[in-house]
Design a protein. Structure first.
Length: 137
C-alpha cells in the first residue's frame, strides 16, 4: 500500500496509558506482551537494567513501547550477526517487534499480526531503518 503521508508517533500520556498494552497485544495477552518487551530488551541490550517506558501510538493505527532516556543503546542480536547503536525509540520499536513476533509464534492473534505489520511500516520510514532491519530480519 502506498502512503501519501509520513507515519507519526505520538506519546500516550497519563490516564490514557491505562489499557495501552491491551491495544498493542490484546486483552488476554497484555501482561504477557509487556513482559516480553522488557525481556527482549534485556536479551538485546546488555546494559539495560529496567526503568520507565513510554508508550506510543502511530498515526497508521500501530503502537510500540520505548525505554525513556536520551542515551543511545547498543543492541546485539547474534542470530542476525547484528550489533547496532540506536536511539531509545529505535530500540523500543525493535524490542516491541521481537515481542510481537514471539507472541505470534505461540498462536497468531489478529490484533498482534496487525500491530506487527503497522509497526514494520513505521520502521520502514524511520531514520534508523537500516539498523532496525539488520536487527529484526
Amino acid at each position: 500500500m502506498l502512503q501519501d503521508t509520513q507515519i507519526l508517533a505520538t506519546e500516550v500520556k497519563d490516564e490514557l496509558r491505562f489499557g495501552f498494552t491491551a491495544q498493542l497485544f490484546g486483552d488476554s495477552a497484555c501482561i504477557e506482551g509487556e513482559r516480553a518487551v522488557y525481556q527482549w530488551m534485556r536479551r538485546l541490550c546488555s546494559s539495560y537494567n529496567g526503568g520507565y517506558w513510554q508508550f506510543y501510538s502511530l498515526s497508521n493505527g500501530g503502537h510500540f513501547m520505548m525505554p525513556s532516556g536520551a542515551d543511545p543503546l547498543r543492541l546485539v542480536w547474534p542470530l542476525n550477526w547484528s550489533d547496532e547503536v540506536v536511539s531509545p525509540q529505535a530500540a523500543g520499536v525493535v524490542a516491541t517487534l521481537f515481542a510481537l513476533s514471539e507472541m505470534m509464534e505461540r498462536g497468531a492473534d489478529d490484533l498482534q499480526i496487525q500491530n506487527f505489520h503497522l509497526l514494520r511500516d513505521f520502521l520502514a520510514e524511520h531514520p534508523e531503518a537500516g539498523a532496525m532491519f539488520r536487527l529484526t530480519n
